[in-house]
Write a protein that binds this ligand. Structure first.
Ligand code: MLT
Length: 404
């Protein structure tokens, strides 16, 4: 008789964004004429940039020709893409990362969910709270987080590092020393970030205490302030303690194309075992690569035209972010983020719970956002809006909130 992975039975409810989508679908069914503005899941809305589309077309044509056809991709990803990443994302920022430390994947969500496989079940995990739910749920699946207490909405073995307005969204080092630390900078969901000195503090902490940092930099393209690092490898000693995960989704609108990568430096070792070699082994066994055409599209993101076009897209989302954040502040809301990130994190009015505010906004203004409590207990009383809509919808949403 087979038995199931009992850890899955511990997961409460459904994945946050599935719950939100179900609620919105039910509302839309009841109210078919409602003109809903969707500022919930952080999904891009602008089409893929022209230089990237040209590269895709060219690659598609190559696939139809025996001389230029491509079958299985190399385990780590195509050299042309890994080299473009090494040069543009790392060398250009003074980071010492080699092309064979870069692993191409189908996105940051998969990598951030899969990376926990490299660590034994008894590792203690720490997350900032609120947090991108994938880090928590995937560690539940890996059997690391103990049991869930529905009252406190906490996992018994997980270290929560509150990241709230009171500490300026920069968590303190935890009282109990963890083994694995997840950091997402700029942060999803709070939209806030850390300075290079603050990230350096975490790198030093990790090296002092034998921790590994899983550094999610999916939103680095949105950084506008000089003192926020684009990569953890800008910090001294990060090659010995950090894994970095990146995405083309938010940088270049690839949420539907799927492309990302993870960097595992060769200096990251435990007991003489190289995590880079472990990840290479995993890739070789479980993954057959992002499609050739998508990797060519990724390469085009770094071309002069592609780079200018995706920067313009990011700038236009940031225009929305500024409009939403400033507009909310003018209306008297406490709003955070939106400076180095496409997310605006606001305090719900009149002490409303996050889910009550979700229902209120959906019913009274036909606006969808994401309840802060869905990202962790310290997210209660907060709410997330994304700047990934159109400018017009961002302004319309503000008008509706003003008229509430
Ligand atoms: C979000 O809305 O937090 C993200 O879009 C989800 C994701 O990137 O998987």
């Amino acid at each position: 008789m087979f038995t199931v992975n009992a850890n899955y039975q511990k997961l409460p409810g459904s994945y946050l964004f599935s719950t939100v989508a179900k609620k919105v679908a039910a509302y839309q069914k009841e109210n078919p004429d409602a003109d809903i503005i969707r500022l919930g899941i952080g999904d891009v809305t602008q089409p893929i940039a022209p230089a990237i589309i040209s590269a895709l077309h060219k690659a598609v044509d190559e696939m139809g020709n025996a001389e230029t056809f491509h079958g299985y991709a190399p385990d780590l990803g195509y050299e042309f893409l890994r080299e473009a990443i090494r040069k543009n994302d790392y060398e250009a920022r003074g980071c010492d990362i080699a092309a064979d430390e870069i692993f191409i994947s189908d996105g940051a969500k998969s990598d951030s969910g899969n990376i926990q496989e490299l660590f034994s079940e008894d590792n203690i995990v720490a997350v900032t709270d609120p947090v991108y739910p994938v880090y928590v749920d995937s560690n539940v699946m890996g059997g690391r987080l103990g049991t869930f207490d529905p009252k406190s909405e906490k996992w018994s073995e997980l270290i929560y590092m509150p990241s709230v307005a009171e500490n300026n969204f920069v968590p303190d080092f935890p009282e109990k020393t963890p083994d694995i630390i997840y950091l997402c900078i700029p942060n999803n969901p709070t939209g806030t970030s850390m300075t290079k000195d603050e990230v350096q503090g975490w790198v030093d902490y990790a090296n002092r205490n034998g921790c590994v940092i899983i550094y999610d930099a999916a939103y680095e393209a949105y950084i506008t302030e000089d003192n926020v690092p684009h990569s953890i490898y800008e910090c001294d000693g990060a090659r010995e303690c950090a894994i970095e995960i990146r995405s083309f989704s938010k940088k270049a609108g690839f949420t539907g194309l799927r492309l990302g990568f993870t960097v595992v430096p060769k200096d990251l070792k435990q007991g003489g075992v190289s995590l880079r070699d472990m990840w290479a082994r995993r890739h070789g066994t479980k993954f057959n690569g992002a499609p050739y055409i998508v990797q060519r599209a990724g390469e085009a993101v770094y071309s002069p035209e592609g780079s200018a076009q995706v920067s313009a897209q990011v700038a236009s989302y940031m225009k929305n972010a500024h409009a939403i954040k400033d507009g909310l502040s003018d209306l008297g809301y406490n709003a955070y983020g939106g400076v180095n990130s496409p997310y605006i994190w606001l305090k719900t009015p009149n002490g409303m719970s996050s889910w009550d505010f979700f229902d209120f906004l959906l019913e009274k203004a036909n606006i969808v956002g994401t309840p802060g409590s869905g990202f962790g207990p310290s997210g209660e009383g907060y709410f997330r809006l994304t700047a990934f809509g159109t400018y017009e919808n961002s302004i319309r949403a503000l008008e509706r909130i003003k008229n509430l």
